[in-house]
Design a protein around this ligand. Structure first.
Ligand SMILES: Nc1nc2c(ncn2[C@@H]2O[C@H](COP(=O)(O)OP(=O)(O)O)[C@@H](O)[C@H]2O)c(=O)[nH]1
Ligand SMILES: [Mg+2]
Length: 416
């Protein structure tokens, strides 16, 4: 025991010494060859839009890595922790949730050079010191773009349209003395120009959602999307629920994917478990999109129609609605089996609201038929997952009719 303590002490002293030396040199103590790209998203944005912003930056990071420019091909994309998401409660959870809780980071790394924030901190000499990001660019839209009708890709350092706040990833010790606003129109890949023209080792792009996709819907886009495999533990929790309550398993349902996403190939043969999966977005959607959001009565009618058509008896409900709304729906669907996923205390404690949301998404992704909520990014991510699993599009691109009419969802088919 004493021996272990002594070893720990020795290691601590050794590392403290090393970092002191590093500071005395007065330099940035990061590995000399690496540069880091950080990004932050508009604070109120939810989990599923953030996932899409990640894809844009993963493509930027990949493009830079493949570049011949040696200023670009050693750039690491730092995964912003899931901090302070407005929809999530953080009571039992760390405030800065790493990506590994939700995604399989090894899979992400097969597409783009990414590192977790804690891996970046570990490279810093003393993790309790301040991290000063050398250059911060806050993206903003060109104010006059619609007036001038000029939609060409462009960027330009500008006055800030708004007052922006400078606390990054809700870490008190991550700051910058060098923040500028950049009016921006174009794809995220255009941001490589910033790295070419700068020699900073750490650059943060704030309001990253302003930068767009350039390869949206292309094979490269879908590679990035396929690399976003979920944390394996969350997938197996969802699988257990499917097995126990929905008579559903990958081998039976024709939904098994290769262990490695790079081995996936095109197919449309997935059958899915014997249930209809629905995503019923409520909360702010009920207030802000009253015409597009159906009444629960209408939901139950639409679900019944599909169940009867498919000769199924079971519906799995993913929703952010209240218990009361759920109970109402269960009553309206009297005679059918209605289920939802409720986490046990371990799962809830370990993975929080984000984990539960992902488990809901997985279960909907493996249903024989899916109905989502119009223009919810939560629904979009389920639709993409089903494209990857290999369902026929007509089982996937369905959304509930609203109070007024039945909107047609955009169909984004997978390409390889
Ligand atoms: N568990 C669970 N959470 C949901 C569901 N629908 C919405 N949420 C929560 O509400 C948030 C919705 O925000 P977001 O991901 O931005 O999707 P969007 O607002 O529907 O486009 C999610 O991140 C979840 O935390 C659901 O069906 N199940
Ligand atoms: Mg949202």
């Amino acid at each position: 025991m004493n021996k272990i303590l002594l070893t720990i002490l020795f290691v601590l002293i050794y590392f403290c010494d090393a970092s002191d030396v590093c500071y005395q040199k007065g330099g940035n103590c990061l590995d000399d060859n690496k540069r880091y790209l950080f990004y932050e998203v508009n604070r109120p944005e939810g989990f599923n839009l953030r996932r899409d912003v990640y894809l844009r930056f993963a493509m930027l990071a990949r493009k830079m890595k493949e570049s011949n420019d040696e200023k670009l091909n050693n750039i690491q994309l730092v995964l912003p922790p899931w901090s302070n998401l407005v929809h999530w409660k953080y009571t039992d959870k760390p405030e800065h949730i790493p990506w590994g809780y939700y995604f399989d980071v090894d899979s992400l790394k097969k597409f783009a050079p990414v590192v977790e924030m804690y891996e970046f901190f570990a490279n810093y000499p003393n993790k309790y010191s301040k991290v000063e990001i050398e250059e911060v660019y806050t993206l903003q839209h060109f104010e006059d773009m619609f007036e001038t009708g000029n939609f060409q890709d462009k960027m330009q350092l500008d006055n800030c349209n708004k007052d922006y706040h400078y606390s990054y990833f809700s870490y008190k010790n991550v700051t910058s003395k060098n923040t500028r606003c950049l009016s921006y129109h174009g794809p995220a890949t255009k941001l490589s120009e910033i790295f070419s023209n700068s020699s900073a080792k750490t650059i943060l792009i704030d309001h990253a959602e302003v930068a767009l996709h350039d390869y949206f819907g292309s094979p490269l886009y879908w590679q990035a999307r396929r690399s976003m495999r979920f944390n394996k533990d969350l997938k197996s929790i969802a699988d257990e629920f499917r097995r126990k309550f929905l008579h559903s398993s990958d081998d039976k349902d024709g939904t098994r994917l290769p262990d490695d996403w790079t081995d996936e190939t095109a197919k449309r043969s997935a059958v899915g478990g014997p249930y209809v999966g629905i995503h019923l977005r409520r909360k702010d959607f009920v207030r802000n999109r009253a015409e597009e959001v159906p009444t629960l009565m209408s939901v139950s009618e639409q679900v019944k129609t599909v169940l009867l058509q498919l000769n199924l008896n079971t519906v799995f409900v993913a929703t952010d609605g209240t218990n009361e709304e759920y109970k109402t729906l269960v009553n309206l669907l009297d005679g059918f089996e209605v289920l939802r996923y409720t986490p046990d205390s371990n799962t809830k404690e370990k993975y929080g609201d984000g984990g539960v949301a992902i488990i809901d998404q997985i279960i909907c992704s493996y249903a024989r038929y899916f109905i989502g909520t119009y223009e919810s990014t939560f629904t979009f991510r389920i639709q993409e997952e089903r494209e990857i699993i290999g369902f026929k599009t007509e089982t996937t691109f369905n959304v509930f009719c609203g109070r007024k009419d039945c909107p047609k969802p955009s169909v984004w088919e997978i390409v390889y």
